[in-house]
Design a protein around this ligand. Sequence first.
Ligand code: AMP
Length: 207
Amino acid sequence: MKGSIVLFGPPGAGKGTQANRIVSLTSKPQVSTGDMLRQAVSSGSELGVAARAFMEAGELVPDDVIIGLINQRLKEEDASSGVLFDGFPRTIAQAEELSKIAQLSVVISIEVPDESIVERIVGRRMDPETGNIYHIKFNPAPESIAHRLIQRKDDNESTVRTRLSAYHEQTSPLASWYESQGLLIKINGNRSIKKVGDDIISELSDK
Ligand code: AMP
């Protein structure tokens, strides 16, 4: 596959979880704007300082900040044969900018109903050493690493509701935008991690 792939879906749909398998299949690097922003916040850079309040409130970071980050990232050598976008684009403005600087092969939309999202996100934990994502009930971490797991600051119930509203108002319109371009593939994300991953891999293998 020549172009880039977009992993699309609401917060907690499993985009980050599925990204590893897609990276192994395609050798395209994962480009997660959420991870890039969290790194900027923890390094205390100017960009991180500007983004932090939006993230903690569950609101989207302004488009110009995100577009600047992506522009820089796509100039790196490993991005030359396309990347796996995770959590980007999230607005029509971001998608329009993206269409000027990268060619997309496919947009994978992982669909999960709102009722499942809160439970998924509130129980989500991350291993800071590997970046692997677990869930206290659906995908528990091995006991040997349980002590070092962390919970994202924005993974609490009230912030999730704001993130879901941002998704419905600003991000979900992108699905029909990409559908009209013939790029959208819908995957039922309300199943086991393995089943969802198997479907994604078989769709990508056909491309
Ligand atoms: P994520 O890790 O993808 O859930 O992103 C965490 C937070 O980072 C979001 O709630 C937003 O505040 C911000 N963020 C990540 N990606 C974007 C984006 N493409 N556009 C705007 N804000 C973003």
